[in-house]
Design a protein around this ligand. Structure first.
Ligand code: NAD
Length: 251
């Protein structure tokens, strides 16, 4: 791993001994963030709801001498976020860094084709985990009078055909700005990092896994395995769906 270090940071171990919680660290940007924070000397709390991929991240970190703890939690609920922060504090006594990475668009289509249930699922995926994790972590950081929260946004705030996801990420920007002003006095920094389209070669859990055992389809939202199809949703006509998917992928 050391060879991958940015020359400016190599050996600096700027996070030596710091406790870093990374949500959605089982794959993708979350796993890359966990790896990088570990390279900088952090102790990493790998939070995800998928055991297999979270275990893989933890094993990889430990193989490289990074102290790591796995916490399985559904962060779309406040209870899940509280459980994560309690386990991190019980294990290490503090939380220095929180990366709120869970998120990702599920459906891609014009807004009028979303059902009520689908809109709720998008907010549950891309807005609620960050809201809940901030709410659960702030009291701990306030006690410490120190901490850093990085919320993962997206360039898709200006993107087409994923209005509920874009709304979630816009919400994250607003949340970050407000919290940064409210909690700066406690020595807590809060920032948003907004990536553009990013290839995720290690993705094993598809975005369309909307809950354990429940899979949405990747565009039309008409195949829900293990769950009732939402009834309120109008059937999309082929002509009203976006035709170019390639330019919309990722985000
Ligand atoms: N990949 C991109 O092109 C891109 C671009 C811009 C922004 N982003 C943002 O970056 C972040 C990561 O994107 P990615 O592509 O690496 O995501 P991903 O879908 O590959 O991975 C997300 C991880 O979060 C976990 N997760 C999902 N819901 C969860 C829940 N309720 N509780 C706990 N864990 C949960 C999944 O199991 C998975 O391991 C997201 O916030 C996404 O919106 C991604």
């Amino acid at each position: 791993m050391a060879v991958e270090l940015d020359a400016r940071a190599a050996g600096a171990r700027r996070l030596a001994g710091k406790v870093c919680v990374v949500t959605g660290a089982g794959q993708g940007i979350g796993r890359a963030a966990a790896r990088r924070l570990g390279q900088e000397g952090g102790k990493i709390v790998v939070a995800d709801r998928v055991d297999e991929s979270a275990t893989r991240t933890v094993d990889e970190l430990r193989e490289h001498g990074v102290e790591a703890l796995k916490v399985l939690a559904d962060l779309s609920t406040f209870a899940g976020a509280q459980n994560l922060m309690s386990q991190a504090r019980d294990a290490y006594g503090r939380i220095d860094v929180l990366v709120n990475n869970v998120g990702g668009t599920i459906w891609i289509k014009p807004y009028h084709l979303y059902s009520e249930e689908e809109v709720k699922r998008e907010l549950e995926r891309s807005l609620h985990p960050t809201l809940w994790c901030c709410l659960a972590a702030l009291p701990i950081m306030m006690e410490q009078k120190a901490g850093s929260i990085v919320n993962v946004g997206s360039q898709s705030i200006r993107g087409l055909y994923r209005a509920p996801y874009a709304t979630s990420k816009g919400g994250i920007l607003a949340l970050t700005k407000v919290l940064a002003m409210e909690y700066g006095r406690y020595g807590i920094r809060i920032n948003t990092m907004s990536p553009g389209g990013t290839d995720i070669p290690d993705r094993v859990t598809p975005r369309q896994l909307i809950a354990p055992g429940i899979m949405a389809d990747d565009g039309d939202g008409r195949r829900w395995a293990g769950a009732e199809r939402p009834k309120s949703r109008p059937r999309p006509s082929r002509s009203s769906r976006p035709t170019t998917r390639a330019s919309l992928r990722g985000r």
